[in-house]
Design a protein around this ligand. Structure first.
Ligand SMILES: [Cu+2]
Length: 300
C-alpha cells in the first residue's frame, strides 16, 4: 500500500495511509455505537428519558485519545513535509523550465532535453522556473508537485526507486495547449544514465539539429513533417512565401535566414497571418541559433 517507486511517494503514502486508516476506524466505531444506541435506547425499550449528569472518566478518554491521534497525524505530516522540502546536498541539480506548452530540462553540464532523465537511486533536485505564465510541475507516481513561476525559483527533490518511465503533467491551467503540456521522467540504470549524460550518441548532423529543436520545445508547437500544429510546420520553410503581420500591417515575405533568426529572438515582431501571437521567447545561445537555422534550411 506504500509505494516505493520513489522516496517521496513512500513518505506521502504513509501520511495518507495513516489519515485514511484512522478515518475508517473512527467511522466504523462511531457508526456502530450510533446504531447500537438507536436500538438500545429506542422509545419502546426506553419510554422515559433519563438525565445523565456526566462521567469524568469518559470525558477524559474522549478528549485525550483524539488529541493523540491528531498529534500523530501532525507529527507524520510535519516531519515528512520538512523532509520533502530539503534536498540533500549531493542531489543532482536539474533546471526545469515550464513554457506554453512544454517542459524543458537542463543539467549542470549544459545537457538539455524535453524529458527528465535521471539515474535510479540517486537524489535529484529540480529547480523550477517558467518562461511565461505560472505552470505547475507534477509527477503523480512520485506524489510531488510544485508551481513553476516566472522570475522565481522553486524546488522539488526525489530519489527514484525503480527503473521506468513516469508521467509528468502541468496542473495549473495555462492556456489552450495546457492539456498537451506533458512530459516524462525516465529513470535509468546508473551506467545508462552516465552514457546519456556524457552525451556522445551516434546522432548525425541533421539528427542533432532535430534533437535540439525537440529539446528546446519547438516541436511542441511546430512539426518537421508538414503536419499542422499550433504554429506553421518547419518543413519547406526556407524560401516559403508567407504573409506576416508587422505592427498589424500585412506584408508578404520570402522566408530567409534573417527572418528565422528574428522569429526566434523576437517572436512577437512578425506574426504569421492566421496564427496566434503565442510563441514564447526561448533562450538560445548563438551556436544553438546557428544550428536551428541550418536545420530548418535542410527541412525541404
Ligand atoms: Cu502549463
Amino acid at each position: 500500500m506504500i509505494s516505493d517507486i520513489s522516496n517521496t511517494a513512500a513518505k506521502v503514502d504513509l501520511a495518507f495511509l495513516y489519515i485514511t486508516g484512522m478515518s475508517v476506524v473512527l467511522l466504523v466505531l462511531i457508526t456502530s455505537f450510533m446504531v447500537y444506541s438507536l436500538v438500545r435506547y429506542n422509545v419502546k425499550r426506553h419510554p422515559r428519558a433519563e438525565q445523565i449528569e456526566g462521567n469524568v472518566a469518559t470525558e477524559i478518554i474522549l478528549t485525550v485519545i483524539p488529541v493523540i491521534l491528531v498529534l500523530v497525524m501532525f507529527y507524520i505530516g510535519w516531519t515528512n513535509f520538512s523532509y520533502l522540502r530539503n534536498a540533500p546536498k549531493d542531489a543532482i541539480p536539474v533546471t526545469v523550465r515550464g513554457m506554453m506548452w512544454s517542459w524543458h530540462f537542463e543539467y549542470k553540464n549544459g545537457k538539455q532535453n524535453d524529458v527528465l532523465n535521471v539515474p535510479v537511486g540517486k537524489p535529484v533536485e529540480l529547480i523550477l522556473t517558467s518562461a511565461d505564465v505560472i505552470h505547475s510541475f507534477y509527477i503523480p507516481a512520485f506524489r510531488i508537485k510544485e508551481d513553476a513561476v516566472p522570475g522565481m525559483k522553486t524546488h522539488l527533490w526525489f530519489k527514484a526507486g525503480e527503473i521506468g518511465s513516469y508521467d509528468v503533467f502541468c496542473t495549473e491551467y495555462c492556456g489552450t495547449g495546457h492539456s498537451h503540456m506533458v512530459s516524462k521522467v525516465v529513470v535509468m540504470a546508473q551506467d545508462a544514465f552516465d552514457k546519456w549524460y556524457a552525451g556522445a550518441g551516434a546522432a548525425g548532423k541533421e539528427n542533432k539539429g532535430l534533437q535540439l529543436l525537440q529539446a528546446k520545445g519547438c516541436l511542441g508547437c511546430h512539426t518537421a513533417d508538414g503536419a499542422g500544429k499550433i504554429g506553421p510546420t518547419f518543413k519547406g520553410i526556407f524560401g516559403r512565401k508567407t504573409v506576416i503581420l508587422t505592427n498589424g500591417k500585412e506584408r508578404e515575405i520570402v522566408v530567409d535566414e534573417d527572418y528565422i533568426r528574428r522569429s526566434v529572438l523576437q517572436p512577437a515582431a512578425d506574426i504569421v497571418k492566421g496564427y496566434p501571437n503565442i510563441m514564447p521567447v526561448i533562450p538560445v545561445t548563438k551556436d544553438e541559433l546557428d544550428t536551428i537555422v541550418a536545420t530548418l534550411e535542410e527541412l525541404k
